[in-house]
Design a protein. Structure first.
Length: 403
C-alpha cells in the first residue's frame, strides 16, 4: 500500500517562487504558444497558407485529441519520476511542433503536428501542476496553485502579442518559426527550475483514507455532463474567437489583439473566482461563470457592435480559467482519497467536447460562410450545462436538509 512521503525541510520563499515560475513558464510554452498561438494565427493561415475553414476545425480537433490522449496517459502514470521525464519530453515537443508548422504547408503533416502539440500541453496543465503541488506539500508550503495558473492567461497574452508584433513583418511560415524560437525563452526556466521529485511513487497521502464521504453517483454523473458542456463552450471561443472578430470592419487584420484582451482578463481570474466561491459557494460560483461565458458566446452571434464584441472577449477570458479551476478544486475536495481518478473522468468528458465541437463548428462555418450558427448551438449547450448545475444545487440542498 502506498505510504505518505516524508516531508522535507521547509524551503525558502525564493525557492517556492522559482518552482511556481517554472510552472508558469511551462504553461506559457506548452499551452500559450504550442496550443493557443493557433487561435491568433488562424486569420493569417487562411489568407496566406490557403487553410480552409473546414480544415481549421479539423486541425483544432486533432490538437484537442492530442491533449486528451496526453491527459489519459498522465492519469495512468503514478510514479513521480516518470511524470517528471514526461514533463521534460513535453517541453521539448512543444518547441519542436510549434516551429515545425512553418516548414510545411501539407495539411496532413499539420494535423500530426497539432496532435503532438496537444499531447505536449499536458506537460504544463497536468504534469507541472502535479509536480509543483507535490514539491509545495513536501517542503512545508501551502498547496495553492493560483499563481501557477496565471500562466494560462499570460500564455494567451504572450502568443497574442507575438503574433501581433510579427503580423506585418513576417509571412505565416516565419511567424510559426518565430513562435517556436520564442518558446525557448520559457523552455529554459521551465526545464531548470522545476526540480526532480525527491522520491518516486504517487503524490503523498495516496494511501491514507480520509473521513470525507464522496458524493453519490448521480452527483458525479451530473458533474461529468456539466464539464462536457464547459468543454464545448470553452473550445469554440478558444479556437475561433480571433477569426470571428477579425471579420469586423474595425478589427480587420487586427483580430489577434483581441486574443491579448482575452489573456489579460484570464490571468487574474483564478484568484477572483476562488474568492467568489468562498463567499457564495462552489456550485453557485460555477453557475455564475457559466452564465457569463454564455453571454460571451452569444454576443458575436447577435451583433457586429465593436464594444460588445470586445466585452465578449473580456467575459470569455474572465470565465474559462475560472470554470476549470473551480471544477478541479471541487472535484479534488469531493474525492480526496483518489482525486486523480475523478479528475481523469472529468478530463475525458471535457476532452471529448473539445474533439467534437471544433469539427462541428468548422463544418457549419464552411457550409454557411459564418460562425453564427455554431455560436448559437454552443450557447444552447452552455445553457444545458447551467440547467444541470441547477439540478445539482437542488440535490445538494435536499441532502443538506435534516431527515
Amino acid at each position: 500500500m502506498p505510504t505518505r512521503q516524508s516531508p522535507l525541510p521547509i524551503a525558502s520563499n525564493g525557492a517556492r517562487l522559482r518552482v511556481l515560475f517554472a510552472g508558469i513558464c511551462a504553461l506559457i510554452l506548452t499551452v500559450g504558444l504550442a496550443r493557443f498561438a493557433y487561435t491568433p494565427m488562424l486569420p493569417v493561415m487562411h489568407r496566406e497558407a490557403g487553410l480552409t475553414t473546414l480544415a481549421a476545425g479539423w486541425l483544432a480537433t486533432f490538437n484537442y485529441a492530442g491533449y486528451i490522449t496526453g491527459a489519459l496517459i498522465a492519469a495512468a502514470v503514478g510514479n513521480l519520476r516518470q511524470k517528471f521525464v514526461m514533463y521534460r519530453i513535453g517541453l521539448v515537443l512543444a518547441v519542436v511542433t510549434t516551429a515545425a508548422l512553418g516548414f510545411t504547408d501539407n495539411t496532413a503533416v499539420w494535423a500530426v503536428l497539432r496532435f503532438v502539440s496537444g499531447l505536449s500541453s499536458t506537460a504544463g496543465l497536468l504534469l507541472a501542476s502535479g509536480l509543483a503541488l507535490n514539491w509545495l506539500i513536501r517542503h512545508g508550503h501551502r498547496p495553492e496553485l493560483g499563481l501557477h495558473f496565471t500562466g494560462l492567461g499570460l500564455g494567451i497574452v504572450v502568443s497574442g502579442l507575438a503574433v501581433g508584433a510579427m503580423m506585418d513583418r513576417l509571412g505565416w511560415a516565419q511567424q510559426w518559426v518565430g513562435l517556436g524560437l520564442l518558446g525557448l525563452v520559457f523552455f529554459v526556466p521551465a526545464w531548470l527550475w522545476l526540480p526532480s521529485p525527491a522520491a518516486s511513487g504517487p503524490l503523498g497521502g495516496a494511501g491514507v483514507k480520509t473521513a470525507v464521504v464522496p458524493p453519490p453517483r448521480r452527483w458525479m454523473v451530473l458533474f461529468i455532463a456539466v464539464y462536457f458542456c464547459a468543454g464545448f463552450g470553452y473550445v469554440i471561443s478558444a479556437t475561433f474567437i480571433v477569426a470571428i472578430l477579425d471579420k469586423l470592419p474595425a478589427l480587420a487584420d487586427k483580430g489577434g489583439w483581441v486574443w491579448v484582451i482575452v489573456g489579460l482578463a484570464a490571468a487574474p481570474s483564478s484568484f477572483v473566482w476562488d474568492r467568489l466561491a468562498r463567499s457564495m459557494g462552489d456550485l453557485q460560483a460555477l453557475l455564475l461563470a457559466f452564465g457569463l461565458q454564455t453571454v460571451s458566446i452569444i454576443l458575436p452571434a447577435m451583433t457586429l457592435n465593436l464594444p460588445l464584441n470586445l466585452l465578449s472577449a473580456l467575459l470569455y477570458g474572465g470565465t474559462f480559467v475560472g470554470i476549470v479551476s473551480l471544477t478541479l478544486t471541487l472535484i479534488g475536495r469531493s474525492f480526496p482519497d483518489n482525486p486523480a481518478k475523478a479528475m481523469a473522468r472529468l478530463t475525458l468528458s471535457y476532452g471529448v467536447a473539445q474533439i467534437v465541437a471544433p469539427a462541428m463548428a468548422g463544418s457549419i462555418a464552411a457550409q454557411t460562410g459564418s460562425y453564427r450558427s455554431a455560436l448559437v448551438i454552443t450557447a444552447v449547450v452552455m445553457l444545458a450545462g447551467m440547467g444541470l448545475l441547477l439540478v445539482m444545487l437542488r440535490d445538494t440542498a435536499r441532502q443538506a436538509q435534516p431527515n
